[in-house]
Design a protein around this ligand. Structure first.
Ligand code: PEP
Length: 247
């Protein structure tokens, strides 16, 4: 039985005052049978550590593979641990497209997260032209296999994968729930081939791409979709709470 997980990705949004106001509005929110996570900018993590109610978990949006050193602009797993970070998004398409993230660096970051007890949320997904060329499965297979290189079965069982078709991110144009489910069950079969069916049955796979309170139920009703990674609709407290309730 896989527990659904809703993770909000604030991207580069919200200053300190806005973050405190958000927390104030979700402080009495109760969550049952669903994991709720907020992946916020680094500058907001300390505020979450001090005041986020414990039913919502703290997530970051990236992690470096080294514990410390000359890596200007990067953030160490140890620094995230100090701020009670439990989840970290790795390989988001915005990082892959704009900041040179590769399957190899994704894999290094995944190992670093596990080394320090942080659960990775690994993003995979195809571009519009790749979908139109019929390459969706090829792309997600390669990204998934390369992200998992060197992980143990136990680590993969705890992993969260987010299938995010790039053309659906921030566009208001979501995949149909059935299409998303088809790709996600394919990703599960890729994990089964790389590990075994038991591992594949336990790994949680989210859908991401223009998820909103109005469509979350249709995604979560699918056999293989275990939650959502949500950008825009996670920025507003009522919307975030509705997403979690919808799951
Ligand atoms: C995301 O940032 O991962 C995302 C899916 O964004 P949005 O929900 O805004 O499409």
């Amino acid at each position: 039985m896989r527990t659904p997980i809703i993770a909000g990705n604030w991207k580069m949004n919200k200053n300190r005052a806005e973050t405190k106001s958000f927390i104030e509005q979700v402080k009495d929110f109760s969550v049952d049978g669903v994991e709720a996570v907020l992946c916020v900018p680094y500058t907001d993590l300390a505020i979450l550590k001090d005041s986020l109610p414990s039913q919502i978990k703290i997530g970051a949006q990236n992690i470096h593979w080294a514990d410390n050193g000359a890596f200007t602009g990067e953030i160490s797993p140890l620094m995230l641990k100090e701020l009670d970070v439990q989840y970290v998004i790795i390989g988001h398409s915005e990082r892959r497209e704009m900041f040179g993230e590769t399957d190899e660096t994704v894999n290094k970051r995944v190992h670093a997260a596990y080394k320090h007890g942080i659960t990775p949320i690994v993003c995979v997904g195809e571009k519009l032209e790749e979908r139109e060329a019929g390459k969706t499965k090829e792309i997600v297979k390669e990204q998934t296999e390369k992200a998992l290189v060197g992980l143990s079965s136990e680590q993969v069982k705890q992993l969260v994968i987010a299938y995010e078709p790039i053309w659906a991110i921030g566009t208001g144009k979501s995949s149909s729930a059935e299409d998303a489910n088809e790709v996600i069950s394919y990703i599960r079969s890729v994990v089964a081939d790389q590990y075994d069916q038991q591992v594949a049955n336990e790994v949680r796979i989210q859908y991401g791409g223009s998820v909103k309170p109005e469509n979350i139920v249709s995604f979560l009703a699918q056999s293989d979709i275990d939650g959502a990674l949500v950008g825009g609709a996670s920025l507003e407290p009522n919307s975030f709470m509705a997403l979690v309730k919808g799951a």
